[in-house]
Write a protein that binds this ligand. Structure first.
Ligand code: SAM
Length: 285
């Protein structure tokens, strides 16, 4: 793990395959044709300065805490989980929650700026010292050590992978870092309903911040570009790959996960076009 100062100074130098390319720390860069940005490496250019700072407004911790309830904690406890790798720490919401619930937690993310924010959030919310590791999922085993009872990759993060090769590689890295009876929990937006019948978020779950608008700016089978508008009228974008639910389930099965339960907005039964989010709970054994 690096010091926070290092993390803040040198965003994502360790992301990618160790390249030291400097990235813009303040502004999102999508270039002249944003709809052509369909690249797994681009996430470090999207989670930058102003957006990272505002992400906690977008993801209102208190509301999120209430809407998730004990879903993840229950899933983990039911399987006797003790140590957890939060692979997509972001600003630290789940890492802090798990530490509070007594799980040993390692907090990884490919964006150093997100980790810096997570580290200070850990201190602010309960004085927790997060064990942060700056690691890209595609090289997770290289940069994070140990075996885990559970890996979580939440907040619609897996959607940042733009090629099937990267998705398979990431799932294989997760699989390898789990103990023989470990569990992987990944969530995703319900892109099937967005692709097939348009967007109609109830804004109940993750994007629960007041006055923050999250809406698709462009959607096709290869790209879901979302626009986030904040009360001060600032706008940020994320380019994501619109994962279909059954495709995602198939990938996990093919990588070796034996049992995959998919919940819709934390419920076991649901009509497919209803939930905003799907949560996959994949067992290795
Ligand atoms: N889990 C957090 C939450 O729910 O608030 C953060 C979610 S945020 C939408 C997605 C996170 O995934 C970002 O912090 C981003 O840096 C990280 N990420 C995206 N692609 C990654 C990759 N290839 N390797 C490691 N982290 C990645």
């Amino acid at each position: 793990a690096k010091s926070v100062d290092d993390l803040a100074r040198n965003d994502a130098a360790d992301a990618g395959d160790g390249g030291a390319e400097a990235v813009n720390l303040q502004e999102q860069v999508f270039g002249e044709n944003p709809l052509e940005v369909r690249d797994t490496d681009h996430y470090t250019h999207e989670y930058v300065g102003g957006f990272v700072d505002k992400w906690d407004d977008l993801i209102d911790w208190k509301k999120r805490y209430e809407s998730e309830g004990t879903f993840f904690v229950d899933q983990l406890r039911a399987r006797g989980v003790k140590n957890v790798l939060d692979a997509a720490t972001g600003t630290g919401f789940h890492s802090v929650r798990l530490l509070e619930e007594g799980f040993e937690t390692v907090s990884a993310d490919g964006s150093a700026q997100m980790l810096a924010k997570a580290f200070s959030n850990g201190l602010a919310y309960g004085g927790h010292i997060l064990r942060v590791v700056n690691a890209d999922w595609r090289w997770l085993n290289r940069d994070v050590h140990g075996e885990y009872d559970a890996i979580i990759c939440l907040g619609n993060s897996f959607t940042h992978l733009f090629s099937e090769r990267d998705r398979r590689k990431t799932l294989a890295e997760f699989y390898a870092m789990l103990k023989h009876d470990g569990v992987l929990i990944i969530d995703q937006r319900n892109y099937d309903s967005i692709l097939d019948s348009g967007f109609s978020s109830k804004h109940t779950y993750y994007y629960a911040g007041d006055d923050v608008q999250a809406e698709p700016d462009h959607v096709d089978e290869g790209l879901a570009r979302f626009k986030y508008t904040f009360p001060d009228k600032s706008e940020f974008y994320l380019n994501m790959y619109p994962l279909r639910k059954n495709y995602m389930r198939r990938l996990m099965r093919e990588v070796g996960f034996q049992r995959i339960d998919t919940y819709g907005d934390f419920q076991e039964t649901y009509a497919d076009d209803e939930p905003d989010f799907f949560i996959h709970v994949a067992e290795k054994n």
